[in-house]
Ligand binder design. Structure first.
Ligand code: ZN
Length: 94
């Protein structure tokens, strides 16, 4: 019944390839939620949906965002707009 102990390394799972809209970008990066209640709720719902993972800006792709009609992976908005590269990060408990 001995449990394996991972020595000093925190395990993190990173799932790349997500795209989020501008509203979500500001909320996730700056904690700046949309002033529109419905939009703010949608962003919060998106954050809750992926728990315990969290959205993290994926600057490694080096993009400034690009226009897309793809639904936002956080709030699910299908309005056309700029989408930014994000990753889902999960801290795995030892
Ligand atoms: Zn969004």
């Amino acid at each position: 019944m001995a449990k394996n102990k991972v020595s000093g390394k925190s395990s993190v799972s990173i799932d790349k390839g997500y795209k989020v809209c501008e509203d979500c970008l500001f909320a996730l990066v700056n904690g700046d939620y949309p002033s529109d209640d419905k939009r703010a709720e949608a962003v919060l719902a998106g954050e809750k949906r992926v728990l315990p993972a969290r959205f993290l800006s994926d600057a490694s792709e080096g993009d400034e965002g690009a226009f897309s009609w793809r639904a936002c992976d956080c709030c699910k908005s299908t309005l056309g707009g700029t989408r930014h590269a994000f990753a889902l990060v999960t801290h795995l408990s030892p």
